[in-house]
Design a protein around this ligand. Structure first.
Ligand code: CTP
Length: 416
């Protein structure tokens, strides 16, 4: 049976990190789908998994050394980097990402990454603090600007005992991103030509989920957004061939295969990541951003009993939608879409919001309790723009997303 990966050649670069054991499972999944997998291991990777396990699973020679004479005779690093259809770095450690961003080439992995002319997909994995460090975030922006695709990291409990973003995406998620790459790539697939879809070559930026605004190290202000509509939109954007970036607050949903996930916690972080991702062709603001944050968060857990109730002073959060809609022309996406969750006067409130935010379109929905939209699977939306109001019947959130994305692609086409 042919699969999307039949006959494809993947060069897997295994970086150092406890997540390296998951790369073995990734190899197994790729082989099962008939891909050819060749692996390079960094010195640090060899501390976590052995060459023997990698070689047994790939059924290929494993490359580790830049200066190995026999390897250079068999296949040089330039050849190694170019004979593959796709390079996958999993786990991508902070060190490897820094090397890639700087163009360093002092071992086989980094040299191969610098010498390649193929697309690169990285699956970062590291400690939460290392991931959130300004240097890593800077390197991540550089890599994305260079066209490197990123999957994960996921939120969760880390091997070091801390909690937060830093866990490598699961092997099935990386596999899905690899499949999406080949399904959407312009490379002719055996037996059929690649198709161009409505958003091929376009970048779609989506915010989703709630934001968490910390009070102290253990408490935060949040809301009930499930993130479902935003995630469904990301899935629909990938399906239409868009480069899809999903900037998401903390939710309990799997990363849509093929989307680039940028996990954030607060409104301020969300704004920063969104701005770093501009320019984009379409920006969709489906996140339920907290309107307020605690003006000064406590460094230590606030204890009760000492001096009465805590005096929580709030400060207003930046309006991300309004900021992007009002950005200078070079940065403003051609189509800026906001969402309005209303419990009464849905259309009138959405019209007011369209003017207030300066966006091109508001997708309004009735979230009054009897409709069961919040956290539910169905939604009734109204599209409010300068040219009028269009009301849709009640549909599944995924169907709403599919139709919305097709509508956005048409509006974008009409604008450009
Ligand atoms: N939004 C945003 N940044 C904020 C607040 C909202 O980007 N700080 C975006 C949301 O993602 C959504 C739209 O703005 O697309 C919703 O606007 P908002 O005025 O927050 O809606 P409601 O919360 O429904 O507003 P209100 O409380 O005024 O009814």
């Amino acid at each position: 049976m042919m699969t999307t990966l039949s006959g494809r050649s993947v060069l897997l670069i295994i970086g150092g990190g406890i997540a390296a054991y998951k790369s073995l499972e990734l190899i197994r999944l790729l082989k099962q789908r008939q891909a050819k997998v060749t692996a390079i291991m960094t010195k640090a990777a060899e501390q976590f998994v052995t060459q023997l396990s990698v070689a047994s699973l790939t059924a290929e020679k494993v490359y580790t050394d830049l200066f190995s004479l026999t390897d250079e005779v068999e296949m040089g690093h330039i050849e190694l980097s170019r004979s593959a259809d796709l390079l996958v770095v999993a786990p991508a450690s902070a060190d490897l990402m820094a090397k890639m961003a700087q163009g360093l080439a002092n071992d086989l992995a980094s040299t191969t990454l610098l010498a390649t002319d193929k697309k690169i997909l990285i699956a970062p994995a590291m400690n939460v603090r290392m991931w959130q460090h300004k240097a890593t975030m800077r390197n991540l922006s550089v890599l994305k600007a260079d066209g490197v695709r990123v999957i994960g990291p996921n939120d969760g409990e880390m091997a070091c005992g801390e909690y937060g973003p830093g866990r490598m995406a699961e092997p099935v998620e990386i596999l899905a991103a690899i499949e999406a790459h080949f399904a959407g790539s312009a490379l002719p697939l055996a037996g059929g030509a690649a198709t161009t879809r409505a958003l091929t070559g376009r970048k779609v930026l989506i915010t989703a989920g709630p934001t968490h605004e910390p009070i102290d190290p253990v408490r935060y202000i949040a809301n009930r957004s499930s993130g479902k509509q935003g995630y469904a939109l990301a899935e629909a954007a990938v399906a239409l061939g868009a480069e899809t970036v999903l900037v998401s607050g903390p939710v309990n949903l799997p990363i849509p295969p093929g989307a680039q996930m940028m996990p954030v916690e607060t409104a301020a972080e969300m704004l920063k990541v969104v701005e770093a991702e501009l320019p984009a062709d379409i920006a969709i603001f489906a996140a339920a951003v907290a309107d307020w944050r605690v003006a000064s968060t406590a460094d230590q857990k606030i204890k009760k009993g000492s001096g009465g109730l805590p005096d929580l002073k709030l400060a207003e959060n930046p309006d991300i939608l309004k900021t992007v809609a009002g950005a200078a022309k070079a940065k403003r996406p051609k189509l800026v879409v906001g969402f309005a969750a209303e419990t009464e006067n849905v259309i009138a409130n959405a019209k007011a919001k369209l003017a207030k935010k300066g966006c091109d379109l508001i997708v309004a929905n009735d979230v009054s309790a009897e409709k069961g939209v919040m956290g539910g699977d169905r939604n009734t939306v109204h599209l409010v723009s300068a040219s009028g109001v269009e009301s849709w019947p009640e549909l599944d959130k995924s169907e709403v997303a599919r139709r919305l994305m097709e509508d956005f692609a048409r509006r974008l086409g009409a604008k450009s």
